[in-house]
Ligand binder design. Structure first.
Ligand code: SDX
Length: 391
């Protein structure tokens, strides 16, 4: 038996390079998204995100990612109607969000808890048919906005509001966060942000949700894992850290000294660098344009000036190493100008990225194989056990 297993062991085992952080390792095949890191290009199912970003909406993007094609009008209407019908969450989930210290804990922890609670109220949560995984996936796309909206309202000391079926996904999300119908600018920028953050290759949170689902566990566990990973400051949590940094700098004339210090001390600058992009992140390019507009319209031109100066200093110092702004650098300035609480920036990212997590899971499941990498063992071998009274 051992001999047979040894024969089955991949021939390269033992010679394969250890890739820290799985850098460069191919973990799956996909038709969903491609990132050209050198050119700073990114496509959803063949469509360049800089082309479609301002023409499409979140519902159409989610449909494209999951089903592989742009929907016809009737397909989009049916999909939108289904998401609208899925928006409400059991009142007990809202109760859970009120029982945990939602106003004090990190909103991503509250969001993660809300998703876990949601799963316990679904009697079909454990059913493993592809149809059920897909249906729960669509429910989570619809309900994550509702849970995030409720988290924001409870943090603001206000009652969560019921979803408004007359509003599209991004406008309804704004409404559930603020309790008011969004302005045209708010709705437009939220819609663009949800489109641009929807999917992005095998990033840490997407990979987390794929690894978790690969054991054929339930969808709620996989999405909660994605939320947990996205929360980290090296990943989705960077957008929040960027704003804290810009506020700490305080004015454009202080940016040079602050950045010279950070660069001298080799501080990782939040919102810069990427495992795949060694050029400007195309999403950051789009956000930078809107950041200038919105900061000026909000009477906060200085915020954009500080960000611009930080960008110049970082590219000057690290551009040659392929370190440029990533999606998280300008997105926070936009959210800030829309009046969104800084701690809520990463939940906004999750409300969008859940479409990518679901699309990847549904793509991987039909040819599922549990993720189980190896490690290079560097420890001792053949040690003899010594009874405790002789140690
Ligand atoms: C997102 O994967 C995705 O697609 C993610 C994402 C998505 O849509 O899902 O695009 C969203 O998470 C964007 C990234 C947000 N995170 C940040 O902005 C945090 C700051 N960035 C870094 O921590 C870093 O760039 C990462 C985490 C994004 C990427 O890390 P890597 O690929 O492991 O790179 P590394 O840490 O090994 O750095 C390589 C070199 C090092 O220098 P040397 O030791 O070789 O001299 O580049 C340097 C690093 O010090 N470096 C930075 C830097 N990022 C890398 N130096 C200063 N500031 C930075 N931001």
């Amino acid at each position: 038996m051992a001999q047979k297993a040894a024969e089955k062991a991949p021939a390269f085992f033992g010679q394969q390079e250890y890739a820290k952080g799985l850098d460069g390792v191919i973990a799956c095949e996909t038709h969903i998204n491609y990132i050209d890191g050198a050119a700073g290009k990114m496509i959803y199912r063949g469509y360049d995100v800089e082309e479609i970003g301002e023409q499409t909406n979140y519902e159409e993007t989610a449909y494209l990612l999951i089903y592989g094609k742009l929907p016809t009008q009737s397909e989009l209407d049916d999909f939108t109607a289904k998401l609208i019908s899925y928006r409400s969450v059991p009142p007990e989930v809202i109760q859970v969000l009120k029982i945990i210290p939602t106003a004090k804990t990190h909103p991503m922890s509250a969001l993660r808890t809300g998703v876990s609670a949601l799963g316990t109220f679904n009697p079909d949560a454990e059913e493993q048919s592809v149809e059920n995984y897909e249906d729960i996936g669509l429910q989570l796309i619809a309900k994550l906005a509702t849970i995030a909206g409720a988290v924001q309202r409870i943090r603001a000391g206000k009652e969560p509001v019921e979803p408004d079926p007359s509003l599209d996904h991004s406008a309804n999300f704004c409404y559930m966060m603020t309790g008011e119908k969004p302005s045209e600018v708010f709705e437009k920028m939220m819609g663009l942000s949800l489109v641009l953050h929807a999917d992005h290759g095998v990033n840490a949170s997407t990979f987390s949700s794929m690894v978790v689902i690969s054991s054929l566990t339930d969808m709620y566990s996989a999405i909660a894992a994605g939320i947990g990973s996205l929360k980290g400051p090296l990943h989705g949590g960077a957008n929040e850290q960027v704003l804290y940094m810009l506020n700490e700098i305080g004015s454009a004339d202080k940016a040079d000294e602050y950045m010279d210090n950070a660069i001298k001390n080799k501080v990782k600058i939040m919102g810069f660098g990427h495992r795949v992009y060694k050029a400007y992140d195309p999403r950051a390019r789009i956000f930078a344009l809107h950041s200038k507009e919105l900061c000026e319209a909000a009477g906060k031109p200085e915020l954009y000036e500080i960000a611009k100066r930080v960008e110049e200093k970082v590219i000057d110092a690290y551009g040659a190493k392929g370190i440029f702004p990533n999606v998280d650098f300008y997105s926070g300035t936009i959210y800030h100008c829309l009046g969104i609480e800084t701690a809520m920036f990463t939940p906004l990212f999750a409300v969008s990225r859940v479409a990518g997590w679901v699309a990847r899971i549904l793509e991987y499941l039909p040819q599922n194989r549990i993720f189980r990498p190896r490690a290079v063992y560097l420890g001792e071998k053949d040690l003899q056990y010594v009874p405790i009274d002789q140690r």
